[in-house]
Write a protein that binds this ligand. Structure first.
Ligand SMILES: *[C@@H]1O[C@H](CO)[C@@H](O)[C@H](O)[C@H]1NC(C)=O
Ligand SMILES: *[C@@H]1O[C@H](CO)[C@@H](O)[C@H](O)[C@H]1NC(C)=O
Length: 428
């Protein structure tokens, strides 16, 4: 309002015929200065009262030019977990145990637990698309955040429905020895795969500051940043638009003969494959200034993907899931698959799909039992093999926004999350 007053003041001055040009000039200068001050004050006030564009959970808004506060403070050997709603309490018993399996087997790694309330500590606001805060699926948000943290800091982006049995150092050291930028699980690399995925979305390992993950993060942002997942930009199934649809075009610049859904005659419904090859210049030689270690998730010797579906009731039916004790043929078969892989040095983990399946959802209390418990089952045997003992303090230490490794006791909260089961449906 005061800004608008300024010209009228000048007009008033000039109405007075006796006022000299000198006075008039002074008056104009004063009004001008006043106007600028008012404008600055007004800008500051509106900036303070403007609604936070980063969503209701957005903490302090950084200036866009700033590095995120954690930049330069996180070691490369970090295992990253993301869940939009946070980690205290844990989303459920299965996730709790899976995450603990990583803590117990990787004592020489740093752990970071990212959620929407602390994400801007790790990633600066402009690295996330504007639409990020409106995305409803935690899985999409996870892919976006993981792409950025791997680009900035490196490490391992793991889904929290993976059971970890041994140190990830074997994979990490292989990546270093090969002078590679990343370890990527790639379907069809050695085994057939009838589905549409090519890169696994649930586990990436990367050195810090690689072009691969810089571009991956950038591409998600430019493809989907301000729209509601218009997958026509990458082709294929919407739920694979990020990891497969966006990673494929990057990987085929490194190895143009990688097997793809779109070139696999055995994939049903190839029209719904991602369309990576349309952007590849056939005459270009494969990049040799970057390298990736490709592993097949279904590798019969060390792949993290076992036939878990029947035994754990993953994506099948709605009835109560029978306990996967060894007396059940599907569970016995699953246990034998595991036995066949567990001594291979590259076998470090098992990925559970569909949020771990109905058994985990219906019976969180059976996921870890004493050895002599008559309800003993494959999951409970796995967690014990992974090195987790019942009634021990949380192997990740205490969590409050951030886990402090090997400190504090959290058995109370662990028990709570077992009884009050809240499973986010999209979280796999
Ligand atoms: C590229 O992919 C092909 C096909 O899967 C594979 O045989 C080859 O080893 C890969 N090359 C590199 C350098 O990874
Ligand atoms: C990398 O590829 C180019 C051709 O694109 C080739 O001339 C060069 O020798 C290769 N470098 C190495 C280290 O293989």
């Amino acid at each position: 309002m005061q800004v608008a007053d300024a010209p009228s003041e000048i007009r008033r001055s000039s109405d007075l015929g006796s006022v000299s040009w000198k006075h008039l000039g002074l008056a104009a200068l004063v009004s001008y200065a006043l106007g600028i001050c008012t404008f600055l004050l007004w800008s500051a006030l509106t900036a303070l009262t403007r609604p936070n564009p980063r969503g209701p959970n957005g903490p302090k808004v950084l200036k866009d030019s700033e590095y995120p506060p954690k930049y330069g403070k996180i070691p490369e050997k970090t295992i990253w977990f993301y869940y939009n709603k946070g980690w205290d309490p844990m989303p459920n018993r299965l996730v709790d145990l899976c995450v603990q399996s990583f803590c117990v087997n990787n004592p020489d790694w740093n752990f970071e637990f990212v959620s929407d309330s602390n994400v801007l500590e790790y990633v600066s606001p402009e690295m996330l698309p504007d639409a990020y805060w409106t995305w409803h699926k935690p899985a999409n948000k996870k892919d976006m955040v993981m792409a950025n943290v791997l680009a900035l800091y490196g490490g391992v982006a793991a889904d929290s429905t993976i059971l970890n049995f041994k140190s990830l150092n074997v994979l990490w050291n292989r990546m270093l020895t090969d002078a590679a930028d990343a370890v990527v699980y790639w379907y069809r690399f050695t085994e057939p795969w009838p589905e549409h995925d090519s890169s696994a979305a649930w586990f990436f390992m990367a050195r810090r500051d690689t072009g691969i993950f810089r571009r991956y993060a950038q591409d998600i942002k430019t493809h989907f940043g301000n729209v509601h997942l218009d997958v026509s930009r990458v082709g294929g199934k919407p739920y694979l638009a990020f990891a497969t649809g966006t990673v494929e075009p990057i990987m085929i610049e490194i190895n143009s003969s990688l097997p793809l859904c779109s070139t696999d005659p055995n994939t049903a419904g190839r029209k719904t494959c991602a369309t990576a090859m349309t952007h590849h210049v056939a005459a270009n030689k494969d990049l040799n200034n970057t390298k990736v270690v490709f592993l097949d998730p279904n590798d019969q010797n060390h792949g993290p993907q076992l036939n878990t579906w029947d035994a754990l009731c993953i994506n099948n039916g709605f009835l109560d899931c029978p306990t996967p004790s060894l007396s059940r043929p599907s569970a016995k078969d699953l246990w034998e698959q595991y036995q066949g892989r567990k001594d291979n040095p590259y076998f470090t983990m098992i990925k559970l799909f569909g949020g771990g399946g109905r058994f985990a959802k219906q019976h969180p209390e059976l996921l870890l039992l004493n050895k002599d418990d008559e309800r003993e089952n494959v999951m409970s045997m796995w967690f014990k093999d992974a090195g987790i003992e019942l009634d021990k303090p949380n192997y990740c230490g205490s969590i409050s926004g951030q886990m402090l490794k090997n400190e504090g006791l959290r058995s109370e909260t662990t028990d709570q999350s077992a009884s009050t089961f809240r499973f986010p449906t999209e979280y796999v």
